[in-house]
Design a protein around this ligand. Structure first.
Ligand SMILES: Nc1nc2c(ncn2[C@@H]2O[C@H](COP(=O)(O)OP(=O)(O)OP(=O)(O)O)[C@@H](O)[C@H]2O)c(=O)[nH]1
Ligand SMILES: Nc1nc2c(ncn2[C@@H]2O[C@H](COP(=O)(O)OP(=O)(O)OP(=O)(O)O)[C@@H](O)[C@H]2O)c(=O)[nH]1
Ligand SMILES: [Mg+2]
Ligand SMILES: [Mg+2]
Lengths: 291, 278
């Protein structure tokens, strides 16, 4: 556990006298390893450590009574600030349906999250329509249909049309039938798949989503910045959703993705059931990453 | 990476960055570099390109230390149990393996032992039709071990050469789900001595250090015999398998390089190691 070991390390230094620049740099080496072990991106860690060491090697730290506590606090505060602020608020469209589009790599949890979001928003008084825009994965439409049925939310699908057409038609259907929230579940895809990345731009053009959320698996490693960077570059993201936080992955990818996209984490997935969706808490994520 | 360079601090820092970015993990990368520093002093390796070649050979050798071939039953059906955490590519990898064996003229059967997730059985069923394999299924929400039991029976009775058992995704931290997986394996071995002949853990190549925990726990519960590294067609390097091969002692046997049936390859240490440095 980094914060305990950081404190212990500084404790050892302190009994020998005052904390020095060298002591602090040594202690931060341990923070660096902890962050990398937590899968935070290499460059993001480099910038973070530089930032914290500049803040802690200052005069006031070295003169204070319990300097090691202060450094631990700086690390935690800095991480929390980077992860936050908490922002679960969705900017609903003032007129017409609010269209939410979910995108991301294969298997990160988009389809499950689409149903979770639909359920959450319906409990908050919205009238949602789920849209099965993944026509390439075997039984993807069926998966969303079954989930929709389990929460009594209708699912729009059309196995003969292309994803952009499906989404455009679904929005028209929603306007006609009075659904004020439309959730577009798209097929998982690689950020380096040009035609499929172009398809996302096409969906955006045809369906004009109000909110585009990048869904990411919290156990993603160093590659998180590559994929997130590409998705963010191709479309204007409005937010991030982290999934599978019920596992024991430290989730450093969250920090990397936040750093490279600059977008807020709106929600997190904490299990396979429909109710397993929570608001994001930056300070909890920060201490999870630190271990 | 500029070749023919002097081995200096800057070179070692650059090397550490490459290894960490390839998901080798900071501690594993640090050990690789300190071992390497000790070795090159002894061998008087003068430039960085020679050092790089030496390092790549070490990685290749480590990946080859365990048998990377699939184990088959001496007679009767070969049973392959496939497990892993949620969304890594188990069902798709089974579809690919089914195609792989069908292509060799083998009779293949699939067991839809994911009785939990929405449309999991439908997904596997579509794969069975796609590749021409039989499928054994139970009822939605039913006992997954019962499906495995029936499938082993059917595989033997109908002369299937290979039986691939699909299981629900489960986080290794869920004790009850890991117990359930242990039960599925237990039922298979009781039904057919020697089975399962292969226990494959599917890992997502984009996963970071948590893959080591996944490997450790799954091996403890169902004695994993091989890794199937899926989604290697992305930009993630999958370097975490080096630590898994060394510390958890499970060989990488197969890789997934796409979403189509033919996007499966037998693991090749040479091209994998080259990929780490690209
Ligand atoms: N434990 C856990 N499992 C999750 C979570 N979210 C999704 N899953 C599971 O992860 C797996 C993949 O979820 P999907 O919703 O199919 O993922 P997807 O992004 O739609 O996948 P593709 O459409 O193939 O790209 C399923 O087994 C889900 O039940 C979560 O927060 N925790
Ligand atoms: N690009 C790429 N995608 C893959 C690969 N293997 C699987 N996928 C995709 O990953 C997603 C999840 O695959 P599944 O086979 O449903 O994964 P799973 O482990 O069975 O998921 P659960 O049963 O829900 O735990 C699907 O969209 C697959 O097409 C691969 O090698 N490359
Ligand atoms: Mg999906
Ligand atoms: Mg599956």
């Amino acid at each position: 556990v980094i914060t305990k070991s950081l404190k212990n390390m500084f404790e050892g230094f302190r009994t020998k006298g005052k904390l020095t620049d060298a002591n602090i740099r040594e202690g931060l080496k341990e923070v660096r390893v902890a962050l990398l072990e937590a899968d935070v991106n290499f460059k993001v860690v480099k910038d973070f450590i530089k930032n914290v060491s500049e803040k802690s090697v200052g005069e006031e730290i070295l003169k204070s009574v319990r300097p090691e506590q202060q450094i631990v606090k700086i690390v935690q505060d800095e991480l929390t600030a980077l992860m936050g602020p908490s922002d679960p608020h969705i900017n609903f469209s003032p007129s017409g349906p609010t269209i939410i589009m979910l995108i991301g790599l294969q298997g990160c949890g988009k389809t499950t999250m689409a149903a979770k979001l639909a359920n959450l928003l319906r409990k908050k008084g919205r009238n949602p329509l789920l849209v099965a825009a993944d026509v390439q994965r075997p039984a993807a439409v069926e998966q969303l249909r079954i989930l929709g049925k389990s929460i009594n939310v209708p699912v729009y699908s059309d196995e003969k049309a292309s994803p952009p057409e499906i989404c455009a038609d679904a929005v028209a259907e929603a306007s006609a039938k009075g659904y004020n929230t439309v959730i577009l579940d798209t097929a998982g895809r690689l950020h380096i798949d040009q035609p499929l990345m172009e398809e996302l731009a096409e969906i955006r053009k045809k369906a004009s989503p109000n909110q585009i959320y990048l869904v990411a698996d919290s156990m993603t490693g160093q590659d998180a910045v590559n994929s997130a960077g590409e998705f963010a570059g191709k479309l204007d993201l409005d937010g991030l959703i982290l999934t599978k936080l019920d596992g024991d992955a430290r989730g450093g990818a969250a920090l990397s993705i936040k750093a490279v996209t600059g977008k807020p984490v709106k929600f997190v997935g904490v299990g396979e059931k429909i109710d397993d969706i929570e608001e994001f808490h930056p300070e909890r994520m920060a201490s999870r990453i630190l271990g | 990476f500029r070749i023919r360079r002097k081995i200096d601090a800057e070179f070692l820092e650059e090397l550490e960055e490459i290894l960490i970015k390839a998901d080798l993990g900071p501690k594993f990368a640090a050990k690789v570099i300190s071992d390497m520093q000790r070795d090159y002093k002894d061998r008087k390796i003068e430039d960085s390109s020679a050092l790089l070649a030496y390092l790549k050979e070490k990685f290749r050798a480590n990946l080859r230390v365990r048998d990377t071939s699939l184990r088959f039953a001496p007679e009767g059906p070969t049973v392959i149990l496939v497990a892993g955490v949620n969304g890594v590519g188990k069902t798709t990898s089974i579809g690919k393996l089914a195609w792989f064996f069908r292509n060799q003229g083998k009779k293949v059967m699939l067991a839809a032992s994911d009785t939990y997730r929405a449309a999991a059985v439908e997904q596997l069923d579509l794969w069975s039709r796609r590749v021409g394999a039989e499928i054994v299924r139970g009822s939605q929400g039913g006992d997954p071990a019962a499906v495995a039991f029936d499938a082993v029976d059917a595989a033997r009775a109908r002369g299937a050469h290979v039986l691939l058992v699909d299981t629900a995704g489960r986080l290794h931290t869920r004790e009850n789900l890991m117990k359930e997986l242990g039960k599925i394996k237990g039922v298979i071995s009781k039904k057919l001595p020697g089975a399962p002949h292969e226990v494959l853990l599917v890992l997502d190549a984009t996963t970071g250090q948590n893959a080591v925990e996944q490997a450790r726990t799954f091996k403890d519960v169902i004695d994993v015999t091989g890794l199937f590294l899926a989604k290697l067609d992305g930009t993630a390097k999958g370097g975490v398998v080096l630590a898994i091969v060394e510390q958890i002692e499970i060989p990488v046997k197969l890789v997934g390089i796409g979403e189509k049936q033919e996007d499966v390859e037998v693991f090749d240490p040479d091209s994998f190691v080259e990929g780490l440095f690209q």
